[in-house]
Design a protein around this ligand. Sequence first.
Ligand code: KIV
Length: 277
Amino acid sequence: MGLSSSKAENKKITVETIKAMKKSGELIASLTAYDYLMAKILDGCGIDLILIGDSAGNVIAGYDTTLPVTMEEMLYHTRAVRNGVTNALVIIDMPFLSYQCGVNDAVRNAGLFLKSGAEGIKLEGGRQVADIAERMVGFGIPVMGHLGLTPQSINLFGDYKVRGKMNKERKRMLKDAKILEEAGMFSIVLEKIPEALAKEITESISIPTIGIGAGLYCDGQILVTHDMIGLNEDFNPKFVRKYVNVAEEMRKAFNGYIKDVKNSSFPSKDESYLSSR
Ligand code: KIV
């Protein structure tokens, strides 16, 4: 499938571009970023959508869950990523407790992200976030949904296993996807659900689905960048394809540097300022 005309004509990707990609059949490629340099490289490669995920809590801060992540941390990541991006659509995850305590609070916090450079926000959950999303969209804030394994609900789930295997949960998720579409969301992330359910959801709504551990039949895919480049060596679920082993490359570089410093082969004459000029 070639580039859709909407994308080829206008390099800056907007929420409308993402929605149009579902209609044209062009698949959406999305990855996470939390800092300037990573965002710049991703944007230069032509990634469609950069998610500043609250997975920052896991891969940047080393928290066990995403629950401790704060507004201040996510605002910092937003400003950093914004500085590195020209074309990709930049969406930010609203952290736990930044949208659950009332619509006014949620709209204000989402607005702070837009003021810091995000172009839309993502909320976890189904029907329970529909009224919040509707209000945000009414005020010009694009909203992305997130169904299936929603990590902010880990204490309710008890584990990170595949969601939506049982008929009751499957039916509820199908209904939730419809409700989120009706609330005005521009797309929905589907995390760790059976491929057949992701396909059913994707075919039942007009907004794009972006899958992570949800099989092939979504309108796009997303992975956590630190996982797919092999920087996070502790997380190896089967849905993560490792494209490179960055942790190993870093170890080679760091060990080489330590050795060179210890045996005085760094810095060389070429790496030193030899005259006073
Ligand atoms: O926080 C995150 O990175 C996410 C993706 C896994 C979709 O929500």
